[in-house]
Write a protein that binds this ligand. Structure first.
Ligand SMILES: NC(=O)c1ccc[n+]([C@@H]2O[C@H](COP(=O)([O-])OP(=O)(O)OC[C@H]3O[C@@H](n4cnc5c(N)ncnc54)[C@H](O)[C@@H]3O)[C@@H](O)[C@H]2O)c1
Length: 446
């Protein structure tokens, strides 16, 4: 059992804290957001993550999980302090590590006994060293000596399956230079000892960017290939299955779509470009991943415009707003770009998402062309087209006879290739998806 502090109680910090408490540790989660901490103290979770509310409640009841806004209280007697702070993009695309460095400075004010500062945020190469320097400087200003170590321990959880990922990690990366810190962290992570990888700090820091850039590469590769399929009369699903059967390639992360979003892939690939440029290393390969992603969203929008000629006065139903299913996270959601482009072109939009409506309302509050609807059928009422943006499982089993009756014009733009083109056309819909020409899709073996 370890005494642990988590600084930053968002998606990563809260899930990590709740899971470490579940594993028997004493965990205090800290955040500067007072409202968030007040809510957490009553067991309320500020975002949607399957299973998290139960886990947090269990931790509170067992008195293994606490929440505070006070650095002093949070750090009292703690041995390991995780940093799970935002690392957003700056306007030039590089990573803003100021939240991490500010938190390091703040925690150093209360440092007395040995502390291991473990960074879980996704941070550019060199930030772990900067954290060490900030803490050392604060200690010098306080004119005290206190032993501490810094460790890079990038987080790989995925929203929607975050608890499973935390409790069944496929790897635990420890960028570490201290034998003492390594021993403590190997004890903490002993249930997962088989997947611990110890390495130097820069390699650990780069590993997270490499993982996200690789995933983004696969998606941009498939989206780029899907465009070629449309031009040659091919079917991206057939090509995907053909290449996915090769064990050297594998099936995952090969689904084409309207472009990736979320709080990680876009910003991390952008930051990787900046890291490469800073070190005088060509960034054009990484940059092309982002360029293809941006053009993918635009090409999908153009499909809708081409169908109607003009979007002026059209009503479009948007199904799915969050950046992916099973989360309410709207950060960098492709729906936001699409909604903005459609709205600026004169369309009225009827929006529905099973979970992300509240967060979407906050992001889209300024746009008067938008109507938030009760469910997917409500959104389809009077619509000239349905646009599927996020492949929530409930959208898989939509009754299109019912939806078609409610619509003004029967057209579906499927941004996730969720539906079968032949079935949709049989039901009388004009159906458009990604990487399939109509003839090929009918012959498809999907
Ligand atoms: N969300 C994911 O799926 C995911 C997965 C892996 C890694 N990451 C990385 O983990 C980091 C955190 O991401 P997140 O999604 O949890 O962010 P988040 O925005 O959900 O949470 C960050 C929290 O830190 C708090 N905070 C800000 N400044 C603070 C300070 N000085 N002291 C204490 N708290 C402070 C914020 O109020 C917020 O609650 C990022 O670097 C991200 O790239 C995220």
């Amino acid at each position: 059992m370890k005494k642990i502090t988590i600084i930053g109680s968002g998606y990563v910090g809260l899930v990590t804290g709740a899971c470490l408490a579940e594993m028997g540790n004493l965990v205090t989660c800290l955040d500067v957001d007072r409202e968030k901490i007040e809510a957490l103290n009553t067991g309320k979770i500020p975002f949607f993550e399957p299973g998290l509310e139960e886990l947090v409640k269990r931790g509170i009841e067992a008195k293994r999980l606490k929440f505070t806004t006070s650095y002093e209280n949070a750090l009292n007697g703690t041995e390991i302090c995780f940093l799970a702070l935002p690392t957003p993009s700056r306007s030039d695309g590089s990573c803003d590590d100021s939240y991490v460095l500010e938190a390091a400075k703040e925690l150093a004010k209360y440092l007395h006994d040995y502390l291991i500062v473990v960074n879980k945020s996704t941070i550019p190469v060199g930030t772990t060293d900067r954290v060490r320097n900030v803490i050392q400087k604060e200690l010098e200003d306080r004119k005290i000596e206190a032993p501490f170590d810094v460790v890079s321990n990038p987080e790989f959880l995925q929203e929607g399956t975050a608890i499973y990922n935390c409790m069944h990690p496929d790897r635990i990366i420890l960028g570490i230079e201290s034998v003492r810190a390594q021993k403590v962290l190997e004890e903490l992570y002993s249930p997962f000892r088989e997947v611990i990888q110890v390495m130097d700090i820069p390699s650990a820091e780069l590993s997270k960017y490499a993982a996200n850039a690789m995933l983004a590469t696969r998606l941009s590769f498939m989206n780029h290939l899907a465009g070629l399929c449309e031009k040659i009369g091919g079917n991206i699903d057939c090509v995907r299955k053909a290449i996915g059967a090769d064990p050297r390639i594998g099936e995952r992360y090969l689904l084409p779509g309207i472009g990736f979003g979320g709080s990680c892939l876009p910003k991390d690939v952008d930051a990787l470009c900046a890291i490469a440029e800073e070190h005088d290393h060509p960034s054009d390969f990484f940059r092309s991943i982002l360029d293809i992603n941006a053009s993918q969203k635009h090409k999908f929008f153009q499909k809708i415009v081409s169908y109607f000629g003009s979007l002026e006065g059209k009503t479009l139903a948007i199904w799915g707003l969050s950046f992916k299913p099973n989360t309410d996270d709207m950060r960098e959601a492709p729906s936001l770009d699409l909604i903005r482009m459609c709205s600026e072109s004169g369309a009225s939009l009827r929006l529905f998402d099973p979970i992300a409506m509240q967060k979407a309302k906050i992001q889209l509050a300024d746009d008067c062309n938008l109507q938030f609807c009760h469910d997917e059928y409500d959104a389809a009422k009077g619509a000239d087209a349905v646009i599927l943006v996020t492949e929530w499982p409930e959208f898989q089993s939509v009754d299109f006879n019912k939806a078609g009756i409610l619509m003004h014009n029967k057209a579906v733009f499927d941004g996730r290739n969720l539906y079968d083109m032949h079935e949709m056309e049989t039901l009388g819909f004009d159906y458009f998806c990604i990487g399939k020409s109509a003839t090929q899709a009918r012959e498809s073996i999907v």
